[in-house]
Write a protein that binds this ligand. Sequence first.
Ligand code: ATP
Ligand code: MG
Length: 564
Amino acid sequence: MKENKTTSGANFITTIIEADLQANKNNGRLATRFPPEPNGYLHIGHAKSICLNFGVTKTYNGTCNLRFDDTNPTKEDVEYVDSIMEDVRWLGFDWDDRLHYASDYFEQLHDFAVQLIQSGDAYVDDLNAGEIRDHRGTLTEPGKNSPWRDRSVEENLDLFQRMRKGEFEDGKRVLRAKIDMTHPNLIMRDPTLYRIRKTHHHRTGDDWCIYPMYDFTHCLSDSIEGITHSLCTLEFENNRPLYDWVLDHVNAPCHPRQIEFARLNLSYTVLSKRKLIQLVDDGIVDGWDDPRIPTLCGLRRRGYPPEAIRNFCDRIGLAKRDSVVDVALLEYSVRETLNKKAPRVMGVLRPLKVVIENYPENQVDELDAINNPEDPAAGTRKVPFSREIYIERDDFMENPPKKFFRLGPGREVRLRYAFFITCTDIIKDEKTGEVIELRCTYDPATRGGDAPDGRKVKATLHWVSATHAINAQVRLYDRLFSKANPDEKEEGKTYKDFINPNALEILDNCRLEPCLANVGPDYFCQFERLGYFCVDAKDSKPGALVFNRTVTLRDAWAKMKKKK
Ligand code: ATP
Ligand code: MG
């Protein structure tokens, strides 16, 4: 595939990094960070940022920190901290001893704020949130100065210390940078640096009741950690002047360079923590690890290998403009990885019983089956065959239309690795008329799957022996949204109006090859003709197996490429 070319990794960011390294900027050091806010679970969009930040430092021999950007105590939680660490490790990256929390810098950040006050670059404002908004102006109109803007340094220092001590209630006062209320970039119109929040913090407890804002915290945390290249998504482009302003106005240890790249958007899903939280809280999906949502724990439970996600991130490359990536490309990457690794087995999802009338009762044939045609080292296994088997309900039609080549009355088909069978009779439910059983004959001369007389059949079906099969529940997934771009504005509708009600189908009566009887939570395989599946690590129990379909075999991406 053509996309593979980008796997070499060259992009506008590596171009900048290479030039900086060559010019011996930062003494030839490269340091990046992945800075999640612990207010939700990571999703595949974050994977793009993780692969980029950890990936470039692998390529260019630098270091990448994991830093929790935990300055908003009302929304954050240790549950999220733990899940984020688990997910980054699962993706295959390691921060070694470089685990940091912005909250560890609260004292230093406070001192930087004091520096800004002392130099006359910050002031305590008594306006409330609404008044501050009213003073800000618009894109076309300049803002107005706060009446508190020209307080003396001494008064500001005093008030800021009293803010810290908890003398004022939430929202009563803020610390603002003194930049320019007429600045064309609204973000530069005296942005808030600190606000009062009398809230318990998951790490610093009740030590603080003032908390620094993102724009103040982020650049200084980068600087404290000696980050050289601060890679972030495009929505921070407007914040870059503030990033630079703060670092230029305090005595910062170093001045990292912020570079923006386009965030990942994926079709048929949403990638925003806020929306994912709503899906979870509203019970539209069953928790953060629901295999229908694009959280990393959801994808893991669905059976997506981390390698496939990394390959996908390589393939999409990096751009400076936002775009939507087709989810079919992600599915393609998953298939590509699983095709090489997944053992093939047979499973029947919607069983239809077949009795082979000329096959002796109590006889069992042990047939040889290939474990993985892509991997000769995977070898072969024995599959038991007996007088009663199950085939897929869909593989039989009483009145088959022209293009249906599988089983029908009087027709002969091949059973994979086994025999040719011919359908001789149909048994129906007396009341409903539903076909409940087929009667067939088999040709013993076709053992292994070929006829010695060279006669051909038009279809090969998967099957399992009824007496040997094990039962399982299988969960089939489809896209969570029925619309390619559920975020697109539509009169009177939100993304929640485009939920695909058929995104999950649970089949309780599946029959699988007996070799699966003892598989554990890490097991994955291909059920021949049906797709790639994995054991559901949460709900599967010995004796009560639950499988998830990771992805079908149908490759929409390859088809699309061909058409183009
Ligand atoms: P969301 O918009 O989903 O709430 P966020 O940007 O608020 O995400 P953070 O925890 O702040 O989430 O993200 C950590 C890092 O991951 C940031 O550097 C952010 O730019 C990056 N990131 C988040 N979403 C994406 C995405 N869709 N594509 C690429 N990078 C992303
Ligand atoms: Mg964020």
